[in-house]
Each structure stands twice: as structure tokens, then as C-alpha cells.
Design a binder for this molecule. Sequence first.
Ligand SMILES: [Zn+2]
Length: 292
Amino acid sequence: MEPSGQPLADVARLRDDALRLLSEQGASLADLASAGLSLPGPLDLERGLVIRPPNLPGWDEVPVRDALAHDLGCPVRIENDANAGALAEWRFGAGRGLASIVYLTMSTGVGGGLVLDGRIYRGIECAAGEVGHMPVEWDGEVCACGQRGCLEAYVGGAAWAKRLQREAPDESLAVEQAGGRDRVRPEHVVDAARRGDAFARAEIDRYIHYLSRGIVSIAFTLAPEAVILGTIPVAMGEALCFAPLREQVRALVWSQVGARMQILPAALGEDLPYLAGLSVALDSSQSLTEEQ
Ligand SMILES: [Zn+2]
């Protein structure tokens, strides 16, 4: 749903959407046991607030949890979208059946969620799992967060697009594909690399090199059964991304961990937003807030 800039009007639209979905299933509000929302952070989970996310203008300490609980007449849980995505991939997707996974969103930025021993791990200020801001280079590229050398500054889609629009040579197939250097985006590079373009190949090598640095830190900190990667790596696929990435990570971690820690593409694709909300509704690690 596109935000209107009027938060409580958007909450009312959420209610209308929920009612429509229920009636499509031949159900009513009385059948709802709980509802879950996947939202851009930062959130205040204690108070059920959305706290000024950069991409939701006008949402300033909006009590979305309690407003929707009131409208639906059932308990509501909220969760930030990276954590909700991690829960969804763990419950329904690539992490099904595993105890501990790390999920990385890998689209415009790099968000992360940790499911450890079957529970979301949030840490202080819900800042656990912000692996996009782990340094992979000292004094490296400036990141959108203001620090230097963050993983996101190398493998986030927005940061990568900026670099491509600065560096791509005119003769690259990626530039031709995009219709001009200032329009080159990661998808053009992926396509050009498949067609053997030298610049695109080198860019993908660089992407995998930095991504492997990030995953090595995850391996030594958490040793999860799987690291699950969404969006850009999924679009790159097995040959361009996952096969070389696994090889590089295995060369840099202890062999017994490298042998068991899987690196997998996210499995839910376009169903992710829906299953993320459902996973939040089902997440027993967060206490349910009764209708106000
Ligand atoms: Zn950063």
C-alpha cells in the first residue's frame, strides 16, 4: 500500500483491506485471532509506535498497533520489515525447519534480521541484525548512515547504482542496456555480466568480495545454519552470485562452520510482504496487546 501522508487514514485503509480479504475467504472480524504488521523502522515495540521512518513522511510517533487493534477488534503485533522478513523466510521460506538464520534484505539498502533458536533477536534499541552497517573497509566509502566503510555502502542497491553511474565506461553493455551512464542500475550490470561484459563482471566480483566479508563476520559472530539473501543476489542467481560467494566465504571461515553454514537465496519473492505480516501475527516471542 502506498502511504498517503495521513497516517490514520492509512490505518483505516489497512482495516478496509483486511475486511476485504476476510470477506474473500468467507470470514469476518470475529474470526481474527491476531494481526501482524511489517513496517519500516524505527519502531517503539513497547508502545506500538512507528517513529518517523525516512520513507514514510508524516508518520511521526503514530500509534499504529493500538489504532489497528481498535479497528479490527483483535490483538495486533508490529515488527520492523527486516525482522518480519526474517521471520517469514524462517517460517515459510528458505529457512524452514532451521533453528537459526540470518536474513539480509539486499535491495536499496541492506537490512538484516536474526532468528536465533527460533526467536527474533532484537538487542538494545532493536538494533541487532543491522549487518548493513558492519564495517567491511576501514575509512572506506561514506554510507547513508554517516559512517564509513559499511557493508551497505558497497552492496546496497542505492550505493551501488551511484557508483555505477560514476564509473561505468561508455563502451560497457550495461550503459547501452540502460540507455546512458546516468541511468545504469544493478539490474543492467547483472544482465551485461551474463552477456560477458568485462566491466559488469568486475563489478559483480567486487560486489561478491564485499558481501563475503560481511557474511564472514556473521559466521564468526553467530554461526547460523543459514544466511538467506533477498532481492539483488536472488536476481543474480546461482552462477553469478551464490556459487562464487559460497566459495569465497568458505575460504575465510573455519572449515567446520563453512561446511555447515548454508548461503541461500530468499524463497518468498513477491509473497514476502503478505507472509511477513502473517509471520508477525504468529510470532509468539512478542506478547499480544489486547484491544484498547
Ligand atoms: Zn552505514
